[in-house]
Design a protein around this ligand. Structure first.
Ligand code: DX5
Ligand code: ZN
Length: 219
């Protein structure tokens, strides 16, 4: 079985101590850095943009998993590639020409991801799943950290796993929002490969230890 991964979301880190928090992730058992880019249009919040990603990239020693919650993401594909981003995920709901967008991401040498809002059924990926490297299943409404997990996610992950197997796709299933030690194992049992964790990691007393325990739970 493929190794299960943990990707701490820097949205919940202390932006005034970003380098410290990045070093913590570098030294921890975490696998990727999850970076949330919000434009205040696709989602009702603005997070951070290119200059901050550039600063993070300078210190991060693990793959940068960038989650774009923005309209018209095609405008910035080349820019993120130049910043050294490894995985670039766009929202299904923001891409009228999803196939073209995914090809453009791959042409820049990045892994291509598609994120689904809680109301978007996995069946809509039927004709594109073979072109996707990562599917992010949103287990909260995108826009904010610290929200509670939507229970319907388990069924969605099972449906997605079945679709991936039926279509012989290599896509990884990543879960984003409200992940903690109470739902992690159940998500992996349903078919998840990667768990994003923001508040659960960074608001804990010992973030590095929290990452370690989360990894142990899903090993
Ligand atoms: C939400 C973001 C998530 C968020 C997760 O829009 O995509 O990545 O940072 O944070 P928690 O783990 O606190 O729900
Ligand atoms: Zn995210």
């Amino acid at each position: 079985m493929q190794k299960k991964l943990v990707a701490p979301s820097l949205l919940a880190s202390d932006f005034a101590n970003l380098q410290r928090d990045i070093e913590m992730v570098n030294q921890s058992d975490a696998d990727w850095f999850h970076l949330d880019i919000m434009d205040g249009v696709f989602v009702p919040n603005i997070s951070f943009g290119m200059p901050v990603v550039q600063a993070m990239a300078k210190h991060a020693q693990k793959p940068l998993d960038v989650h774009l919650m923005i309209v018209d993401p095609d405008r910035y594909i080349k820019t993120f590639a130049k910043l050294g981003v490894h995985h670039l995920t766009v929202h299904y709901e923001a891409c009228p020409h999803l196939h073209r967008t995914l090809q453009a991401i791959k042409a820049e040498g990045m892994k291509a991801g598609v994120a689904l809002n809680p109301h978007t059924p996995v069946s809509l990926l039927e004709d594109i799943i073979q072109d996707i490297d990562i599917v992010i299943v949103m287990s909260v409404n995108p826009g904010f950290g610290g929200q509670s997990f939507i229970e319907n996610t388990y069924q969605k992950v099972k449906d997605l796993k079945a679709l991936i197997e039926r279509k012989k796709s290599n896509a990884l299933i990543e879960i984003d929002g409200g992940v903690n030690d109470a739902n992690a194992k159940k998500l992996v049992d349903a078919g998840a490969d990667v768990l994003v964790a923001g508040s659960f990691v960074f608001k804990s007393d010992d973030p590095s230890q929290t990452i370690k325990e989360l990894k142990e739970k899903i090993a």
